[in-house]
Design a binder for this molecule. Structure first.
Ligand code: UT7
Length: 332
């Protein structure tokens, strides 16, 4: 008979590149202004990789994993599986997960990428948690990491002001303490709205009615207004549905770690559910929207500041390209 197991978060880490891109910097080469960006998004500045220094997704993810391993106090040889959620891996083959595993010296562990855009880290956390619970693996590293600047068209001011680069990671391990780990989690996708957020590789990828312009290739195309509506609806429905399923009230949740899509959308949620500021932390003001890197970097920052402590109930929510969305209610 399958032995029951809990799942413990042994450690977390994140890494952001040193270089900053402020709103003021953007005004030097784009028709925009600090007030518009702050009001519409809540962003002051973002961190951006310098590709000339070799700063890419593999590099950023490796740093995040190293920090999480140091926090967890584990060696690379202890890792059974490395899951890497990204939309900005340098290559489709090999998986970024394989190169990061190699960089940290984890030879022979399972390693693969997950493509669920901004929901990627929560997809990975769901899968990792279930594989540990099922007894398949004992120790799993989960990463969410994106270098969004690599797929940004800075002539498109309606999109490019939003994104930055960051990666975060968590080390998960089986424990006999059954109270720890996922209480309930979800993963969803609605592919019928894929064209609201996509990265075309060839002009043939562009949906009917959209220009098949070669200058749009390999840069993020986003219907901001539609995605914003989807974000607010999904945040609300996901939080309500998750809590209803387990019969908990909003105030019983100790911390909400939400995708940093837009500070306005988060503020709408805060008001709707009457969540105190300290339970709905943000880092979008300093990092921008970092896609798969947003949730794990915020989680690490909150943990290091003393939040999400042992025994706390943490709700994770994210949504993004696909369109995808995912949630997790986790007992620390
Ligand atoms: O994490 C992945 C999921 N993504 C998201 O959650 C993104 C969700 N969407 C958003 O956050 C918002 O749609 C944006 C912040 C990206 C854009 O805000 P918006 O309020 O939807 O702006 P808009 O694109 O509808 O543009 C409104 C106006 C337009 O001017 P007119 O036509 O009303 O005169 C734009 O030309 O603002 C103008 N505008 C700008 N003005 C100054 C667009 N971008 C800029 C800019 N600076 N950077």
């Amino acid at each position: 008979m399958l032995k029951q197991r809990g799942v413990q978060i042994l450690g977390t880490g994140h890494h952001a590149p040193e270089q900053r891109l402020t709103n003021h910097d953007l005004t030097k080469f784009m028709d925009t202004n600090d007030e518009w960006i702050r009001q519409r998004t809540g962003i002051d500045e973002r961190r951006i990789c310098d590709p000339t220094k070799g700063e890419n997704t593999t590099w950023l993810g490796t740093k995040a994993v190293e920090n999480a391993m140091a926090d967890a106090g584990i060696e690379a040889s202890e890792i059974d599986l490395l899951l890497f959620a990204t939309v900005t891996g340098e290559m489709t083959c090999p998986a970024t997960a394989c190169r990061v595993a190699d960089n940290i010296g984890a030879q022979g562990c399972a390693a693969f990428d997950i493509l669920a855009a901004c929901s990627g880290f929560l997809y990975a956390l769901n899968i990792a948690s279930d594989m540990i619970r099922a007894g398949t693996y004992d120790t799993v590293v989960v990463v969410g990491c994106d270098v969004m600047t690599r797929i940004m068209d800075y002539t498109n001011r309606g999109v490019s002001i939003l994104f930055g680069d960051c990666g975060g990671a968590a080390v998960l391990r089986a424990t006999d303490d059954l109270s720890k780990g996922k209480i309930i989690g979800s993963m969803h996708a609605d592919g019928s709205s894929w064209a609201d957020l996509f990265i075309p590789v060839s002009p043939l990828d562009c949906p009917p009615g959209q220009p098949k312009d070669s200058t749009r290739m390999l840069s993020l195309q986003m219907n901001g207004r539609e995605v914003y509506k989807f974000a607010v609806k999904t945040f609300a429905e996901t939080i309500s549905h998750t809590l209803e399923q387990v019969g908990l009230a909003t105030e019983e949740v100790d911390m909400f770690i939400c995708h940093q899509s837009n500070a306005r959308a988060l503020e709408t949620m805060r008001k709707k559910f009457d969540i105190p500021d300290e339970k709905l932390p943000i880092n979008i003001d300093r990092y921008g929207n970092c896609s798969g890197g947003s949730v794990p970097s915020l989680f690490d920052q909150v943990r290091r500041a003393g939040g999400c402590k042992d025994g706390d109930l943490v709700m994770f929510v994210a949504f993004g390209g696909g369109l995808t969305w995912a949630s997790m209610l986790w007992r620390m």
